[in-house]
Design a protein around this ligand. Sequence first.
Ligand code: FES
Ligand code: FES
Length: 149
Amino acid sequence: MPRLVVNGKTHDVDADPNTPLLWVLREQIGLTGTKYGCGIAQCGACTVHIDGAAVRSCSLPANEAQGKQITTIEGLAQNGVLHPVQKAWLEHDVPQCGYCQTGMIMAVAALLTEKPKPTDADIDSTITNICRCGTFQQVRAAIHAATSS
Ligand code: FES
Ligand code: FES
């Protein structure tokens, strides 16, 4: 029975420890902002933060996240204030269907923690999330806007 700290709250979850973290977040804890896309660590729809780093939760057994700080899209805003990436996403109308966007935002937020002023090359090599709506140009523009706010 994994004990997980998600968005600052501790949850003792009734799940096999090898269950992918994605499903524990969605089905046991009820945080459905994290999405299922491919299930094989390719698309990034399921991206969350583990101790601040972007991780594809579909491919991480829940027990490997024990003792770490897990942050989902629901925990990205702090005290009712949107994260700069969320603000830039709104200002640049990035989402189209929206399905990939929570994972995209989490991946970008982790990138900016590591590299506050990423180049286009940094963005292209790090943000490998797949967007079927083709929002990549808006994503890049919004990332640069987020770094200047
Ligand atoms: S659902 Fe996890 S990377 Fe696609
Ligand atoms: S906004 Fe539709 S898949 Fe990315």
